[in-house]
Every structure is written in C-alpha cells, then in structure tokens.
Design a protein around this ligand. Structure first.
Ligand code: TRP
Length: 454
C-alpha cells in the first residue's frame, strides 16, 4: 500500500467496521471497566457518555473530514489544509502520541496471548478468586514472560502493517466484530446470573455524584478519546481510505455507538462478576484479568472443557480486537515516517517496531522489577498512560475541534459532511456549534479544573 495510490475500503460497511476495529479494543474491555471501577462506577459512566456525545462524535467527524479531504497521513493532512502554518504540530503530536500508546498497549496485548495459553492448557481449572489475583500478579511481575509476549504481539502487528492492511483489516473486522459482540453478550448473561451479581449492577447504574471531582472528569474525558481512537489522527488516517460517497456523520455515529455498546457490555460482565466473587472494582489494570477467569470458572467450572473453550475463545477475540487497534496505531506512525522522511515502508515499519520494543520492554519491567522507579508517583507504564490518554489525546482533540470549527473553510467542511450536497444534514448547525464552542470550552474546562492551569 502506498499513499500516492490510495486504496479504499471496499464497502460502506467495511469502512464502518474498520474504523470500529480501531476503536474497539483493550480500551473498551480492559481500560473502561477499571477506569469506571476506580472512579466510582455509574457517575463516571454518565460523564463518559456525555464526553462521547459532546466531544467524541463531533471530533470524529472532524478527523474524518480532515482525512478524507486531504487524502494523506495525519501530519501531511494539516500541511495540505493549512500550508505554512503551525497546525502541522497537531499532526506531529498525534504521531508521537501514537508511538507512546503503541508501546504500552502492546504490553497489555501481550498479556492476552499468555491468557490464551493459560486457559487452553487448563491452568484455570480448580482455581478460586485469590488464585487468580496471585496468578496475575506473578505474571505481570515476571521480568521475562510478559516482555516476550509484548515483543511477539508487536511482531505480528509489524508483519500485517508491512504486508498492507486494507483487505486484512476490512475482512477480519467484518468477521470478528460480530463474533466478539456475541461472545460478550453470552458472557454478560452468565455474569448477571452469578449469585451476588446485583451489587455490580447497582454500581453500574446508581450514580453517586459526591465522588465526582476534577480527576474523575479528566479520566472520563481521556477514556472517551482513548476508546474512540481520537485526538491523534488515527481516524483521520483511516478516513483517507474512505470513498467519496461514504457518509461521514453517519459513520462517526455508528462507530461511536458500537464502541460505547462494547464498553458497556464489558462493564456488565466485569462488575457483576467482581462483586459476585468479592473482588474490589477499584483494583486497577488487573481487573479484567482477574475477574474474567473467575466468571468462566464459576459459571462453567463443572464442565471444564466448556470453561476452557469459552475462555480461550474470549482471549483470542480480545487479542484480535487489540490487534486491529495496534495495527491502526502502527499505521499512523509508519505512514508518517515513510512519507515525510522518504524511508521505504519496510524500513519505516522496522523503526516503529524497534522503538516500541524498547519502550514496551521498559513499560513491562516497570510493573515488576522496575516498580520502584517512579516519576510523579507513577511507574513508566502509568506515566505513558497518563501522558497520552489524559494529556495528549484531549489536547489533540481540542486543536482538531478548533481547526475544523474555526480555521477550516466552512464550505469545505459542509461539502465533506454532506458529500457535496448529496446528503441531507439537518444537524449541520449543531455539529458546527459543538466543534466551535462546546468541545473546546468543555475540554479546556476539564483541563483547567484538574491540572490547575489557572
Ligand atoms: N481505541 C483503541 C481501544 O479502545 C485503542 C486505539 C487505537 C487508540 N488507536 C488509537 C487510542 C488512537 C488512542 C488513539 O483499544
């Protein structure tokens, strides 16, 4: 695939599913539940939904407009649309954010491979809640095994990106997304039937607004950007492969809806399961990896074969969901190096993979042998997560909203959103209002409130 001869996603559904493939990933099934768990549950989720509607969907439309109109990688896109201005830094910051996210995202993606093997080899049989906590802690603290899995995951991503991704991404997304959804539904039903699941539902549904502070707002906003793959040009890059007749507003809404439903479904599995077995929901990144094996054991433990089979299937799908996301992250950085520095695609991809292996290894070690090396009280893993999801992505989103709402020619914006008048768009005024005022002011407010910038 070269960007001079840009390929298209074959069908409209393919375009939606490829973008949804980037959006749906560990962010929904791993990060969303533990973030919600750490920040009090229902109130966090309501704020999250507000962020998706008010900031996420319009900013995704803006990224789509920028990408499809410029037909280039995210850094070049700003140079084309705003030549000779400083806007190009928005694209460059996005590329850096993508590189950092890919580094620590690969570590967690690697964990899914370990859990596929552990489930397949029957290591979950006869285990109880406390065993799963130990299993997880021993595993992530091990200096070698998680690093090797992360490297393996990066190499798989590398291989696919180098091969060219259109057919692969589109086809596999079409197959996997419905399957993942179905399996999540089955698991949600199982989790809801566990004795004691009720407290989990309550945690999800009954907001306690007394817990809401600046940190909760920032976390919910960061989660919205992370989960929707926004703020760093990922959706912009994908939109450059959209056809001229792709309906941008509708695609953005569909992707947001799919992404949010998957996150809520994951919550419906994990909280009832956690409360049912007495695991606290605020235990951080290990939540998914501790509660889920429990659901399989508790619900199907009397038929070990079924329990293992479902667990293996679930972790395979999780790994594949993560893979469609790592591909999209890798692609953003590779396309940038390839086009801007005249490197061959292969060489660009090798540099990205090599860099991520080094940083990913350090992130992984920072959860075990290196846990004492902290900066501002955070391990390297947490630091990468904080700097990208809570700073770079919302900041990128802020600039993208300003760019589309204020800088960009309104005729261009309207033409792209309506496919040159072919689509009716009664909410155009609303979208523009959200991009011009609501998103920038809202994001700035959350920043100022939490980071005490003023
Ligand atoms: N959205 C993906 C997830 O939820 C992760 C991801 C892919 C991402 N591309 C991104 C996050 C770009 C931020 C920016 O797992």
């Amino acid at each position: 695939m070269t960007t001079n001869n840009r390929a298209n996603f074959g069908t409209k559904l393919g375009a939606i599913l490829a973008a949804a493939g980037s959006a749906v990933g560990l962010g929904n099934i791993w990060r969303f539940p533990y973030m919600a768990g750490e920040h009090g549950g229902a109130a966090f989720i309501l704020i999250y939904l507000g962020c998706v509607l008010l900031f996420g969907a319009p900013i995704m439309m803006a990224e789509f407009v920028i990408g499809r109109h410029s037909q280039s990688n995210t850094a070049r896109a700003y140079q084309k649309l705003a030549p000779g201005t400083q806007w190009r830094w928005v694209g460059r910051m996005g590329v850096l954010a993508g590189f950092l996210i890919l580094s620590y995202y690969s570590v967690v993606s690697g964990w899914t491979l370990e859990y596929i093997c552990a489930a397949g080899l029957g290591h979950f049989a006869d285990k109880g809640p406390a065993d799963f906590v130990n299993l997880y802690n021993n595993f992530v603290g091990n200096p070698w095994i998680p690093v090797l899995w992360a490297v393996a995951f990066l190499l798989i991503t590398h291989f696919i990106v180098v091969k060219g991704v259109e057919k692969g991404i589109e086809r596999s997304s079409k197959l996997m997304m419905p399957l993942l959804f179905l399996l999540l539904l089955v698991l949600a039903v199982c989790a809801l039937l566990l004795p004691g699941a009720g407290r989990g539902i309550e945690f999800l549904m009954k907001p306690d607004f007394s817990k809401v502070n600046g940190s909760v707002l920032l976390s919910a906003m960061g989660q919205a950007f992370f989960s929707l793959s926004l703020g760093m040009g990922c959706m912009c890059t994908y939109a450059s492969y959209f056809k001229p007749n792709t309906n941008l507003p509708k695609t953005a809404l569909s992707v947001s809806l799919i992404d949010t439903s998957v996150a809520i479904l994951a919550g419906l599995i994990i909280f009832p399961a956690a409360f049912a077995v007495g695991i606290q929901p605020d235990q951080g990144p290990g939540l998914l990896f501790v509660t889920l094996p429990n659901v399989f054991q508790q619900a199907f433990g009397h038929v070990p074969f079924i329990a293992s089979l479902l667990a293996v299937m679930f972790y395979i799908l999780l790994a594949l969901a993560a893979l469609t996301s790592t591909i999209s992250l890798h692609e953003v950085v590779t396309a940038y190096l390839h086009e801007e520095f005249r490197l061959s695609r292969g060489k660009a991809a090798r540099m990205v993979t090599g860099g991520c292996i080094v940083l990913g290894t350090l992130c992984s070690l920072s959860l075990g042998v290196g846990r004492d090396y902290t900066l501002a009280g955070m391990t390297l893993f947490d630091l990468f997560d904080f700097v990208t999801a809570k700073l770079m992505l919302p900041l990128g989103g802020l600039f993208i909203a300003l760019f589309a709402g204020w800088y960009l020619d309104k005729k261009l914006l309207r033409d792209e959103l309506t496919n040159h008048g072919a689509l009716r768009l009664p909410v155009y005024g609303l979208i523009l209002f959200l991009l011009k005022f609501v998103a920038p002011i809202g994001i700035a407010f959350v920043f100022i409130n939490e980071l005490k910038l003023l």
